[in-house]
Design a protein. Sequence first.
Length: 84
Amino acid sequence: MSRSIMDVTMIAQPKKKALGYLRISDKKQIKGESKQNQKEQIQRYADTNNIEVVKWFYDEAKSGKNTDRDELQQMLTTALKAKA
């Protein structure tokens, strides 16, 4: 049984690891951008690009105008620890 070049490439390369971040600024603004929709889109991208999302972070009703968001800060701390 022969394998396609893409199959061999996917096997040869280890999966990259990533952190996923979801944010809804206000329940009134959701309009199709629910937590679940965001997660599904990010996961689909990850699956297509050989990426494993190892941990998810979610901020609800938080403005994107600044970085004073608990889960965003936790994600950044997690990323920095993993890089060290």
